[in-house]
Design a protein around this ligand. Structure first.
Ligand SMILES: Nc1ncnc2c1ncn2[C@@H]1O[C@H](COP(=O)(O)OP(=O)(O)OP(=O)(O)O)[C@@H](O)[C@H]1O
Ligand SMILES: [Mg+2]
Length: 420
């Protein structure tokens, strides 16, 4: 699957997630509303019937005949929990539980109240911790201001809400499965891409390697003669133009250096694993620069042994430090830290030099890419080769005119991987 397809798939997944979640929230809210509406209608029906009975027969008659108690105990209206009639001082005049008549009503205010046409609906939590749906209705035509309260069990409302919850849960599980699939496919695609990149890189390296071998062979011999000749003239005092001769030597050395780097780059990397202290290796590298003006700050200097190719890693650190020194124009300080890592150790090398332009960041590991008048552009290409051969990882952060920090994860490749 290409990157474009991947993006389409991701957009599709996001839309699906959005629709499913939106639908679930809507269904949940709607179910609750429908369930409450149904209960409200039922309560209203009961309320109106009871109002008529109260007006017809009067409070004392109903009390004597225990009408409210009978309605509830005989289950005349399904789901009714209790019925109560109370006055404006909250004194209970009628109750489905005869024992409570004459007492004061404890709870008067309802939770999640809704008022429709002067009738209040809401929830009440009873002493038994049961939550009931309640309607408070004024009985108008009597001389006293009385309120009729009818409460129903919330089993039906709960059942509908529970069903909506189960649906949401099921949909969430479906979404998790879908996203897991997406993640697996994404990982698989990424791995395939990385493999392709690696193959392309290896092919490129093989071609460059061939070219380098030829180039090195062609340049090496004549350069050797020039250098030897110039050195001979300088030492034997045969010529007086020392400055010109020095230039010949310097330039020859530069080409010799290029040839060495080309050869180093073109050769397949022969990994020699040994166990060593990473902190000692860093100290050894830093010592190479002891006569330089650059200051080295070993910030987090962890002492740890590692199994890897010591010499190759030394080359990696030297190439990165050379660049750092050049970026700071041979002055300033370089911070080096060693951190622990479950797979080995992490080394960071930070300079405060010129930094790398945004558009050049992708190119710095490409062979022969350089921004320096006298650079070969092979320093970091060699670094990358070694890093790949040693199963390590390299990354960097850089900000223009602020500096650059390289991070190298050195994997312990273990003694059993000697032939790695
Ligand atoms: N620490 C750094 N700060 C700023 N730029 C950097 C840094 N490291 C690398 N670069 C950039 O990456 C380019 C490539 O680096 P690389 O080491 O491969 O080659 P070079 O230093 O130019 O030449 P060589 O190392 O072969 O002498 C550099 O020319 C430079 O532009
Ligand atoms: Mg370099």
């Amino acid at each position: 699957m290409s990157k474009k397809h991947n993006l389409y798939f991701l957009v599709l997944m996001l839309i699906a997630t959005f629709i499913i979640f939106g639908d679930n929230i809507f269904t949940y809210k709607r179910s609750k509303q429908v369930a409450e509406d149904t209960s409200r209608l039922q309560l209203l029906g009961i309320g109106v019937s009871l109002e008529a009975i109260i007006q017809q027969r009067g409070v004392s008659d109903l009390k004597n005949e225990q009408v409210f108690q009978k309605i509830v105990s005989e289950g005349r209206w399904e789901g009714v929990a209790f019925i109560v009639l109370y006055d404006d001082k909250h004194t209970i005049l009628l109750h489905s539980n005869q024992n409570l008549i004459g007492r004061k009503l404890k709870e008067t205010s309802l939770e999640s109240q809704v008022i429709v046409d002067d009738i209040t609906y809401g929830y009440l939590t009873l002493g038994t911790l049961e939550r009931v749906f309640v309607m408070d209705m004024q009985i108008h035509s009597l001389s006293e201001k009385l309120t009729l309260r009818v409460a129903t069990h919330t089993h039906e409302i709960n059942r509908i809400i529970e069903f909506a919850r189960v649906k949401i849960l099921a949909m969430t599980v479906v979404l998790i499965i879908l996203w897991s699939f997406y993640f697996i496919i994404w990982r698989y695609t990424k791995n395939a891409e990385q493999l392709q990149e690696k193959i392309a890189r290896q092919e490129k390296l093989a071609a460059i390697g061939q070219m380098s071998a030829i180039l090195a062979h062609e340049i090496r011999n004549p350069i050797g003669s020039i250098k030897g000749f110039a050195q001979y003239m300088l030492e034997s005092d045969a010529m007086k133009d020392e400055e010109a001769l020095n230039i010949i030597i310097k330039e020859s050395k530069r080409i010799e250096n290029l040839v060495e780097e080309l050869l180093y780059y073109s050769k397949p990397i022969d990994v020699k694993v040994e166990r060593f202290y990473i902190n000692e290796l860093i100290e050894e590298v830093v010592n190479i620069y002891s006569s330089d003006r650059t200051k080295f700050i070993l910030k987090n200097h962890l002492k740890k042994t590692i199994s890897s190719d010591r010499d190759k890693l030394k080359q990696v650190f030297i190439n990165i430090i050379n660049n750092a020194i050049e970026a700071m124009q041979y002055q300033g300080s370089i911070e080096i830290s060693i951190f622990d890592h479950n797979e080995g150790a992490v080394v960071t090398i930070k300079d405060f030099g010129c930094g790398i332009d945004k558009e050049l960041k992708e190119k710095i590991f490409t062979p022969f890419f350089t921004t320096k008048a006298k650079g070969t552009g092979l320093g970091l290409a060699i670094v990358k080769n070694i890093i790949d051969a040693l199963n390590c990882e390299i990354s960097f952060k850089s900000e223009k005119d602020k500096g650059t920090e390289f991070t190298i994860l050195i994997r312990d490749i273990g003694d059993e991987h000697k032939g790695f």
